[in-house]
Design a protein around this ligand. Sequence first.
Ligand code: NDP
Ligand code: 2IT
Length: 448
Amino acid sequence: MQLSNSYLKRVFETVEKRDPDQPEFLQAVTEVFQSCQEIIDQHPEMERDGVMERIVEPERMLTFRVSWLDDNNKVQVNRGYRVQFNSAIGPYKGGLRFHPTVNLSVIKFLGFEQCFKNALTGLPMGGAKGGSDFDPKGKSDREIMHFCQSFMTELSRHIGQFTDVPAGDIGVGAREIGFLYGQYKRMRNEVTGALTGKGLKYGGSLVRKEATGYGLCYFVQEMLKSKGETFKGKTVSVSGSGNVAIYAVEKAAQLGATVVTVSDSQGYIYDAKGINLEALKEIKELKRGRLTEYLEYEPSAVYTEGRGIWSVPCDIALPCATQNELDENDAEILAKNGCRYVGEGANMPSTPAAIKVFFEKNIYYAPGKAANAGGVATSGLEMSQNSARMYWTFAEVDSKLKDIMQHIYFTASQTAQKYGHPGNLEMGANIAGLLRISEAMTSQGVSW
Ligand code: NDP
Ligand code: 2IT
């Protein structure tokens, strides 16, 4: 890694030495450090205050055994995680991921990025992430319920509305949040907003389900506006077909774009007419099915097994599946096919080499920690409604979400401009997030 600042270099070497087997975490730290060199040069007090050493080390990391009974009455064991990264700005906040690839490196990279993202929302939320290597695919509802109850039996000791407020992420949606929340209440005998993404009948917020995808499009709308453009008439490529992807497709289409792709871990759909949203929701939200079923609804669409989604020509690419899903080669192909905007709905979906290509080829790039902050921001709005024992209307929450996304775009682009890197939203987001966390940390002393 190219680091000219000796303090950052030293801190990074310590992190590398301490966690050599955490590639995703090191990748996320590298990105932030590279963005923040000039800021550190200008603020020598940050070294005195040990800001960077503190920012890369979670305040608390929990791992625990989750044993549960499968439908054959066999006991299964998974590993549970909660990394409470930084509480300088507010209670720990961030999602839970259930996926077989989950390990400490993945949870730490997500928790680290969450601190910056949450700072950018302007709401009082610290950063955390958790989850398990449990694979919800192919499990019955009863197995999911039993796993969630077991997971929460331990987690419930460590969370709470003023302490740590988990939510969903990959593999954790409305069904899982319901089971987790039910168990939290049982364990703690209290009805508080200790989780977000709850069902609308028991404390959930309108727009939370749509928020990450909608927020992503509101953010990209600002990017387009800065170049005198809109979504109207644009061809958009979305990857993934989960919560974030579905509502990115919905909002981009509402704003006048034609969304031609969605994908899952097995392959991707190309539908030149524009993705049939009703079909997509039925397959993914109701039936929990595979994308191949889309062809039963739209026989003229094309399903391609495997990778390759980024070879579909588009004006705007919205990666909404998972980390490192878009590499250097994909970025080159996107550029060659005329793509001019990339907005990350997923966390860290583009590899560092892909991001380099975006800058070289003049593709306007929005990093996930800014562009996908609408989900957690609306979680923050759910927390406010729970505290006030109130429900806001769809229009109220949607308008607050839009304001927050515009504010994040404005902050990232103004910060980039101020530090001499106009148009570099990655730098702008990282610097703005760092300054907010750093100020909050140093004014609270050094015991953490
Ligand atoms: P879902 O579980 O609803 O959907 C995940 C989608 O990504 C599925 O289509 C899944 O395919 C695909 N996917 C998952 N893992 C892989 C993989 N290893 N390779 C290829 N495809 C994969 O999750 P979300 O939509 O909630 O999350 C998507 C991304 O957005 C994640 O990076 C998450 O961290 C991020 N995010 C989510 C927020 C939220 O509020 N939910 C907020 C901000 C960011 P398959 O079904 O085949 O596994
Ligand atoms: O990555 C994320 O921002 C999320 N998964 C949402 C976190 C939240 O607390 O709503």
